[in-house]
Design a protein around this ligand. Sequence first.
Ligand SMILES: NC(=O)c1ccc[n+]([C@@H]2O[C@H](COP(=O)([O-])OP(=O)(O)OC[C@H]3O[C@@H](n4cnc5c(N)ncnc54)[C@H](OP(=O)(O)O)[C@@H]3O)[C@@H](O)[C@H]2O)c1
Ligand SMILES: *[C@@H]1O[C@H](CO)[C@@H](O)[C@H](O)[C@H]1NC(C)=O
Ligand SMILES: *[C@@H]1O[C@H](CO)[C@@H](O)[C@H](O)[C@H]1NC(C)=O
Ligand SMILES: *[C@@H]1O[C@H](CO)[C@@H](O)[C@H](O)[C@H]1NC(C)=O
Length: 375
Amino acid sequence: MTLDDKPVVHIVGLGSIGALLAVDLLRFAHCSVVPLFRSKKRLEQFQKEAKSTVGVRKLFLENSPLFEQELQLGSSPETFNGTHINNLVVTTKTYQTKDSLQPYLPYIDNNTNLILIQNGLGVSDVLRNEVFTDIEKRPNLFQGVIAHGCFQDKDQIFRFNHTGAVDLKVARLPWDPEQIVQSYDSLSADVQENQLARLLTSQPFSKEFCVKFMTYQELLLGQLYKFIINACMNGLAATLDCENGEIAGRASGVFKLISEESLQVLKIEYEPFFNYEKRYSNMPNYPSLAISSVLNTAKLVEDVEYIACVLNAKSSCSMRQDILYLRDIEIDYINGYIVNLGEKYHIGTNANKMLKEMVNLKLHISRSRAATKGK
Ligand SMILES: NC(=O)c1ccc[n+]([C@@H]2O[C@H](COP(=O)([O-])OP(=O)(O)OC[C@H]3O[C@@H](n4cnc5c(N)ncnc54)[C@H](OP(=O)(O)O)[C@@H]3O)[C@@H](O)[C@H]2O)c1
Ligand SMILES: *[C@@H]1O[C@H](CO)[C@@H](O)[C@H](O)[C@H]1NC(C)=O
Ligand SMILES: *[C@@H]1O[C@H](CO)[C@@H](O)[C@H](O)[C@H]1NC(C)=O
Ligand SMILES: *[C@@H]1O[C@H](CO)[C@@H](O)[C@H](O)[C@H]1NC(C)=O
């Protein structure tokens, strides 16, 4: 493989985010895209019902144009031809990651680039401890934190609505959780030499999709910030079955409990990151980061109140939508992640535990009511 070959990107998880990425990669980057479906049945549905095309409507552009792309090379565990996977984008829900990778493990090795584009935290621990246990065969791992919004268009198979074009932050994810700090040199080495990093930062894709390739510590700042906001908001609004604005000005007590607990365990789990500001400020070759002024309870509570509840008052969080459609929820990778860290470090995380239990109960009630109604 040389860097000049046309890169092949396999995508496992052709849902909202996977489709969005597939369409824009084909529009704006030099590569081919191969979706990997969960089963032959799902692949055939894509081929027959959707004529192997995926479509994304850009709601924020004038006249909301629909961009369609044909993906002829789709595959499934039953039909996969056994080619080495060079670049793999994972856009399943967090809890689906392990199962979705299993059939393709023989084709993934240390020459594969694998990027996770998902919400929440904890998937990389699953990959380290349960999936890629053979250290020699571990792929180059990247994390994407996506702020674009995209949703399935009701009743239209493989057609999605892209609601908000924001950005995609990307960094190389270390296998060793202690190795958090990266220099600008290692960043530019990836952008020059790694096929996936080159593709994601190539023009015009990078500009059109607002890709920001950064050091892991820069990504973590954004990721942890977004994570705590989600930990405060998602489970609560889903349990209460409300739009964000309905609890504006009323929920800071809950937000405070959740953020305080979350920060307490995250500070231990990501210790080198929380010490970074002191150790690395003004060091050449390393970015300066304002960590303590962003990741503190007062600031986080203020931001959930203002950004989630006021600016996005009309929004309905994704977990509430998942429950509405009786789908599984990603709680184990949000508040559940904090609960796991609490157990690991013997620190109480009762607020997060309670919220996790409550939202699971909410899903249970919604499902049993729907089942009774259906009878
Ligand atoms: N949507 C957004 O706007 C948005 C924004 C920010 C972050 N995120 C995050 O991005 C991640 C993906 O979200 P999404 O909204 O794109 O989810 P989604 O629409 O549910 O897409 C997930 C896709 O994964 C597929 N999948 C599940 N198990 C599989 C398997 N074993 N093999 C192959 N494919 C499998 C599903 O296929 P089936 O249909 O066959 O189940 C589905 O197409 C989540 O972590 C989410 O929190 C989403
Ligand atoms: C296997 O499939 C990939 C696309 O998924 C294609 O690029 C490659 O040429 C195929 N290899 C063989 C031997 O058919
Ligand atoms: C991958 O592993 C093989 C064998 O373990 C080794 O020869 C090769 O140099 C490794 N490649 C990379 C890119 O690390
Ligand atoms: C997606 O956008 C189209 C065009 O604006 C609209 O007709 C459709 O209702 C939207 N779908 C959803 C689920 O919002």
